[in-house]
Design a protein around this ligand. Structure first.
Ligand code: NAI
Length: 343
């Protein structure tokens, strides 16, 4: 079996080479992202293996079908970059629903601690032998209230980490899991969460419903000085509204591992270039904003799990004709396919 692997980075290859060789899958690595212009590279391959910033829209799907490419194997959990409705009946879309919720949740806490204890400032100052503490006052996380939106795999791990710090948790989920409620963790509706949280962390998927969940109106409801954490998907946050909130001093800090227009920049080296995205440039210039470039997943453990599951997904589909991790429109609103045999 031959798979065209798009948006390849050097850290992808070792694990995919290892698991691919074990199961007889040959990956051909392309550095370019998959889009309408590059889809042709997938000719003569059985499938494509793509990541978060590859584009699998209707035009790309049509090209893949023309070339008899049968499978789109996502090596990530989110599938907002795939037109799953259009894909139905044309190509099978497989994903990796979980690879390390710890990787993402721990990175979220790393960003939060860095921000509230000014570690990013300290690192730069002491390298320059500047040992002044002016402007470095942080605040205790203990006793603060964190609003967690999305209490799935990552949200739950993040809640446990926050509990370890003695924080109170207000949770919101479209499908609450009441088993996590306790004296310190309780579900609330969104307005209550916005009004009472010192910190808000996003762990829900990007859907039509959650697009720009953090916007001017929701920020208006928040406490002054609220810290916004987004390690989920960029478009959950209206970046322009966030920037306005930071300028107005309404938002105390923002930690972003994802950004609405990240596909144009993230994963690539733009040092020495002029950044034309003024909102991203202005956000990065703020002393209370920390941006990492969609790196929350990037641990050795997660990379191994991603490769192993992707290879098993491909084998499952080609050898057994079904894959439990198929993203299937027909099985109910793009939830994972219940049967693996919908079309
Ligand atoms: P999950 O599927 O286990 O949990 C998502 C939760 O969001 C579920 O409990 C679901 O009920 C809830 N949800 C769905 N619609 C909602 C809505 N309208 N409002 C509130 N909650 C809603 O997913 P998991 O593994 O916890 O991942 C969460 C997100 O993290 C993914 O969607 C993905 O976008 C992002 N992610 C980011 C990574 C990174 O490197 N920065 C890596 C992996 C995932």
């Amino acid at each position: 079996m031959k798979f065209a692997f798009f948006d390849t980075k050097p850290y992808d290859r070792p694990a995919f080479d290892k698991y691919g060789a074990e199961k007889g899958i040959e990956f051909k690595y392309f550095e370019t992202k998959l889009n309408e212009d590059t889809a042709e590279l997938a000719r003569d391959f059985d499938g494509v293996c793509v990541f978060v910033n590859d584009t699998v829209n209707a035009k790309v799907i049509d090209k893949l079908v023309d070339m008899n490419v049968k499978v789109v194997a996502l090596r990530c959990a989110g599938f907002n970059n795939v037109d799953v409705k259009y894909a139905f009946g044309k190509v099978h879309v497989l994903r990796v629903p979980a690879y390390s919720p710890y990787a993402v949740a721990e990175h979220t806490m790393a960003l939060l601690l860095t921000s509230v204890r000014r570690i990013h400032k300290a690192y730069i100052r002491t390298r320059d032998f500047n040992f002044s503490l002016s402007g470095m006052t942080g605040f205790d996380l203990h006793g603060k209230t964190v609003g967690v939106i999305g209490t799935g795999k990552i949200g739950k791990v993040f809640i446990n980490i926050c509990r370890g710090f003695g924080m109170k948790v207000l949770a919101y989920d479209k499908y609450p899991d009441r088993s996590i409620e306790s004296e310190y963790v309780r579900y609330a509706d969104l307005p209550e969460l916005f009004e009472n949280s010192d910190i808000i962390s996003l762990h829900c998927p990007l859907t039509e419903e959650t697009y720009h969940l953090i916007n001017r109106e929701s920020l208006e409801k928040c406490k002054k000085g609220v810290v916004i954490l987004n390690t989920s998907r960029g478009a959950l946050v209206d970046a322009e509204a966030l920037l306005a909130g930071i300028k107005d001093r309404k938002v105390g800090a923002a930690c972003l591992d994802v950004y609405e227009e990240e596909a144009d920049y993230f994963f690539e080296d733009f040092s020495g270039h002029i950044i034309s995205d003024d909102i991203l440039a202005r956000l990065i210039s703020m002393p209370n904003v920390i941006v990492s470039s969609h790196q929350a997943f990037l641990t050795t453990e997660a990379l191994e799990n991603i490769a192993e599951t992707t290879v098993n997904n491909i084998i499952g589909y080609f050898e057994n004709g079904q894959c439990p991790n198929e993203v299937c429109f027909r099985c109910g609103n793009a939830e994972d396919c219940k049967t693996g045999k919908c079309f």
